[in-house]
Structure formats: structure tokens, C-alpha cells
Design a protein around this ligand. Structure first.
Ligand SMILES: Nc1ncnc2c1ncn2[C@@H]1O[C@H](COP(=O)(O)OP(=O)(O)O)[C@@H](O)[C@H]1O
Ligand SMILES: [Mg+2]
Length: 301
């Protein structure tokens, strides 16, 4: 792991509520260093595993072929204490400004809720009515991200956790790489919790079928990934499932987890189990159901 303590600190600052952040110059590039957040659910933990979640989540997006911020795990010593950090390469280099989806949503005048509201119908309306990006491209991007978030169990893809890169001089706008994956893969689970989930099928099933919930809501209720995806009710979601699933290589994902010596064996087993089970029981299951439905429809014709 790279020690970031001695690299020059810059004045770029970052928002967000999960742990403190600073910027440093490393190899002539700007990096945001995210420190581990104080656990809010599990008070027994000294700090949550959000840095590892960020690193793994981003590398899983990358393995699937979706543009994502570059991340590295490292350490930083503050007040004599060494902490694990995740270094996220700042993607605004070259004069770009990050504009989150919430601010794009604010341009849709008759949107019923504010930019940060995550009601799916408002999001979909924005995807379709905004004029910054080709609506089809944006819709595909949103649902591709949704499918991968289902795989990695991300509960925090709110409208501030994805967005666009805007260049004020040229007025050009494009999709920003994926960022903000620190809330995937159960960052608040400690060793005892991981053991319990691995050893107890009922506990494991809760973490596949029920938890975590998505950050996106329908009628004010957070979406349950399994229930929603396997219902096959949303055509754009179905299309994304067909696009993304064949690109998920579980062995590549295992390798991402296995090659990090700073992750304990128990944690590796936990992450690999969660990812395999979520892939098989949410995504593979829904995909097979979809193929069956399409097959019977084509037979009926
Ligand atoms: N790689 C990056 N380059 C530039 N800005 C970033 C990058 N990653 C995140 N940000 C900005 O920093 C904010 C906080 O980062 P995020 O990972 O979402 O932290 P938190 O989990 O605390 O919300 C984001 O909302 C975004 O505005
Ligand atoms: Mg955030």
C-alpha cells in the first residue's frame, strides 16, 4: 500500500458525509484521499470498511467495462495514528467541473421534488427530458449503474453520487466516471457479523434478497433490488440486465478481492461470497426468467 502522508496537500476540498477527505498531489496528479468513516450502525467497530468498499466497488465497475474513477488503497498517518485510506484520482483535471445528477434534475422545471429526491419516476422523467446528453445514452448509463449497484449491494446511489463533467469554456458536457461506491459491500459489517452471515444461510439470504435497499424509491419506498429486478417490470432495467450480465466475470472479480494483502482472509471470503450469491440469485435468476419470458413470447407468435 502506498503511504500518502508525505505528499503535498492541496487546497481542493470535497463534500460528502462519509468520512473526512483531503487532496494530495501524487505523481503530478491530484488525488482525493478518503478516510474511513466512523461507524454509525455498528458502534463496536473502530472504523467502517468504506475505503475497501470504495476500492472494490470501483474495480468491479472497471472489470465490467464501465468508466470509473481510478482508486488505490493506501495509508495516511494523522496524529500519530496510521489509517487506511482510499485514494481517488480527481477526474476534474483539465478544467472540468463535476455537476451531479441532482443539479441536472433541477433544470427540469416541473419536476415534483427537489434535485436530491430519488423517486424513480422523477429520475426517469429527468433522464428523458433533459437536453444535455443523448437521453438514450443517459438512460442506459443509469440502468447499467443500477444493475452493477445491485451486484455490489450499494445503498447510496443518490443523485449526488453520480454526475457529469462540464467544461465552462467549451460548454461541453459528458458523463463523469463512476465514483462514490463506498456504501457497497456492507461497509459496516465487522468480523463477527461477517462470520455470522457466512455461517448462517438465513442471515445470508437477508443480505441477498432484502438488504441493502437501493437509494432509489418508488412511491416513497426504497427499492428492493431482488424484488424489482426479478419482477422484470421495467423494460430499461431488463435491457441493462441483458447488456451487463454477460460482462460480469466472477473470476476476474475474485482476483480483484484476492490480490489485496491488506484485506483479511475472512473479509475476502465474505466479499466473494456476497458477490457470487448476489450475482447468481439476483442477476442470473432474473436473466433466466427474462429469457424464458422472451422465449415463450416468441413461441406464441
Ligand atoms: N474522483 C473524484 N474526482 C473529483 N471529485 C470527486 C471524486 N470522487 C468524488 N468526488 C466529489 O467528492 C464528493 C464526495 O465524494 P464521495 O465519494 O461521494 O464521498 P461520501 O461517501 O462522503 O459522500 C462527491 O460528491 C463528488 O462531488
Ligand atoms: Mg457521496
Amino acid at each position: 500500500m502506498i503511504g500518502f502522508t508525505d505528499f503535498p496537500v492541496r487546497n481542493k476540498t470535497y463534500a460528502g458525509a462519509n468520512g473526512s477527505k483531503i487532496s494530495v498531489l501524487y505523481n503530478n496528479a491530484l488525488y482525493m484521499l478518503k478516510f474511513p468513516a466512523v461507524p454509525v450502525i455498528n458502534k463496536e467497530m473502530s472504523y467502517a470498511n468504506g475505503c475497501i468498499s470504495e476500492y472494490l466497488g470501483c474495480h468491479i465497475f472497471e472489470s465490467i467495462g464501465i468508466p470509473v474513477q481510478k482508486t488505490m488503497l493506501g495509508t495516511y498517518t494523522k496524529n500519530g495514528k496510521q489509517k487506511m485510506v482510499v485514494a481517488c484520482k480527481d477526474f476534474t483535471a483539465g478544467g472540468f467541473v463535476l455537476q451531479d445528477f441532482a443539479s441536472l434534475k433541477n433544470t427540469i422545471i416541473d419536476s415534483a421534488h427537489n434535485g436530491y429526491g430519488t423517486e424513480l419516476s422523477d429520475i426517469v422523467k429527468t433522464l428523458e427530458e433533459q437536453t444535455a446528453i443523448d437521453p438514450k445514452l443517459l438512460t442506459d448509463w443509469f440502468w447499467d449503474m443500477f444493475i452493477v449497484d445491485a451486484l455490489i449491494g450499494n445503498w447510496d446511489r443518490h443523485n449526488g453520487n453520480w454526475g457529469f463533467l462540464y467544461h465552462p469554456e467549451t460548454d461541453k458536457i459528458s458523463l463523469a466516471p463512476i465514483y462514490a461506491c463506498g456504501s457497497c459491500l456492507f461497509p459496516q459489517a465487522d468480523a463477527e457479523m461477517m462470520r455470522k452471515i457466512l455461517d448462517n444461510p438465513a442471515e445470508l439470504e437477508i443480505r441477498i434478497f432484502e438488504r441493502p435497499l437501493s437509494g432509489i424509491k418508488i412511491n416513497g419506498q426504497k427499492i428492493q433490488y431482488f424484488k424489482f429486478i426479478s419482477s422484470l417490470e421495467n423494460t430499461d432495467c431488463n435491457k441493462a440486465l441483458k447488456r451487463i450480465l454477460p460482462r460480469i466475470d466472477i473470476n476476474k472479480i475474485y482476483k480483484i478481492v484476492d490480490e489485496k494483502p491488506c484485506i483479511s482472509d475472512l473479509q475476502k471470503e465474505f466479499y466473494k461470497t456476497m458477490l457470487r450469491e448476489r450475482k447468481e440469485r439476483i442477476l442470473d435468476f432474473s436473466y433466466q426468467k427474462l429469457r424464458k419470458r422472451e422465449h415463450s413470447k416468441s413461441q406464441a407468435r
